[in-house]
Design a binder for this molecule. Structure first.
Ligand SMILES: [Zn+2]
Length: 470
């Protein structure tokens, strides 16, 4: 039952394609460090491949048919693509699903303060983070500021070589005796994850000096002056901003042999990008192909842009409507008859922490895409447990198409656990299995994947979209 390392099996052709997938993946990571940036890129790439806005198609009154490609977007954060196939759509679609949000620090709504001539932005972390990871490294700020007049300003600071970076301080080792006795979860506390943004006071006239002292301190006032100049924003505009603090810098090749990728946000953009790539390469499939890339997975798939919302169901209803199906039954049947690969990253086996894994059922770097029959915690709590018959189908698709795959669960029984979005899609009665790419240091500011697994995931998604049970 042991799965082989896949590198040895690669031909020159494989290696060329693998490198091309890895490099376009890195470019995607560099341009998409937030869910909004990812959604924007996804739409751009889709439009290049002939996808049209479903909303616009509906407005034009056109009827959709096999061969048509459309997309829908929810609040600029979640995207669904459809490539209409030749078969009767009520017999189901093949769906690739993944999430495009990643753990990060969000700037609070009232964030700016000054203490002893240093100005800070206060943050609240998003998703599961080890707080001590986020100190003493270069950070960037990405996001939007929505103004009262309806305009939205994009913010991105810290990625260009000429940009400044932001920073969260850590206590010097010389004075850390007490800090280092604390538990890992408390070594750095959430409320101390404040971004250092300035130390130069605003130069001012004598008359203004007293006024500034009373209202806002001079270093913070200078930060506000810069924000006003660069983005036209006032302090009040933080109230309607979504500013995300992420590690600064580009995705890199990793290892002396360049076999891996080290980058921020690979959970779950590694599955999102490879799903997208497979989707966009699909011409006219037999079964309608769908690629669903969602937000808010890291905080429980909540909200309008999370998987628990009706966005996906409504989009399928709109698609069917535009194809001439208007009954609710057609929608129910379509959803029930779908097959989905719900992709999210898997915990890669790490020899340094071997004791939290069970070796026979762990995911290994370089052994292909991972299938997780179930996830969850303790007694599989919160898991979608894929049906055995469906697992067999997926095995056959992968084997027939020479896709390297392995099976795994998230660590040893009772070592912890985690969930994905599979169980939500399964509520429609469709076949769903968790799958994805193994990652080292999952949820750390820089995560590591194997290029071979990225390539196998892409191959797996290509093969899956061509699956036709008829
Ligand atoms: Zn994830």
């Amino acid at each position: 039952m042991e799965r082989k390392n896949v590198w040895a099996s690669y031909t020159e052709k494989d290696n060329t394609k693998l490198e091309s997938v890895a490099s376009s993946y890195r470019a995607f990571l560099d341009l998409g460090k937030t869910e909004r940036e990812c959604a924007e890129q996804i739409v751009l790439e889709a439009e290049k491949k002939g996808y049209e806005s479903l909303e616009e198609v509906i407005a034009s009154g056109r009827t959709l048919k096999a061969g048509d490609k459309v997309y829908a977007v929810c609040m600029k954060k979640t995207v669904v693509l459809f490539n209409i196939g030749e078969n009767d759509i009520t017999k189901g679609m093949n769906i690739l699903c993944a999430h495009i949000d990643s753990p990060r620090l969000d700037v609070k709504q009232n964030p700016l303060y000054e203490d002893t001539d240093l100005a800070y932005l206060d943050t609240h972390y998003y998703g599961g983070v080890k707080k001590y990871h986020w100190v003493a490294l270069p950070l960037a700020i990405h996001g939007v500021v929505a103004m009262k007049d309806g305009s939205v300003v994009n913010v991105c600071i810290g990625e260009d070589e000429s940009d400044p970076v932001l920073y969260i301080t850590d206590l010097l080792i010389h004075l850390s005796q007490k800090q280092l006795q604390k538990k890992g979860a408390e070594v750095v506390e959430g409320e101390n994850l404040d971004i250092l943004v300035g130390s130069r006071p605003l130069k001012q006239e004598k008359d203004d000096e007293e006024k500034t002292k009373k209202e806002k301190k001079a270093v913070a006032a200078n930060v506000l002056r810069i924000l006003k100049e660069k983005y036209g924003m006032e302090e009040e505009d933080f109230l309607s901003a979504e500013l995300e603090i992420v590690p600064a810098g580009r995705a890199r090749e990793c290892g002396l042999d360049r076999s891996m990728i080290a980058a921020y946000g690979q959970d779950d953009r590694v599955c999102a990008y490879t799903s997208l790539l497979a989707m966009l390469e699909e011409e006219t499939p037999k079964r309608t192909a769908c690629c669903l890339l969602v937000d808010k997975e890291e905080i429980g798939s909540v909200g309008a842009t999370g998987m628990q919302s009706r966005f996906f169901e409504n989009s399928v209803a709109e698609l069917l409507g535009a194809m001439g199906y208007t009954s609710d039954l057609a929608l129910r049947r379509t959803l029930k008859n779908c097959c989905m690969l719900s992709s999210d990253v898997s915990a890669g086996f790490d020899p340094a922490y071997a004791d939290v894994f069970e070796k026979k059922n762990a995911a290994y770097l370089g052994r292909g895409i991972v299938l997780n029959k179930f996830t969850g915690a303790r007694g599989k709590s919160g898991s979608n447990d894929a049906n055995a018959e469906y697992v067999a189908k997926v095995r056959r698709i992968f084997d027939d198409n020479k896709v390297a795959f392995q099976t795994a669960e998230l660590g040893r029984v009772d070592a912890g656990g985690g969930g994905t979005i599979a169980y939500i899609a399964a509520l429609y009665g469709m076949e769903v299995i968790d799958s994805g790419v193994a990652v080292l240091s999952m949820h750390a500011p820089w995560e590591v994947t194997s290029k071979a697994d990225v390539y196998e995931a892409y191959k797996a998604y290509r093969a899956f979209l061509q699956y036709d049970p008829a």
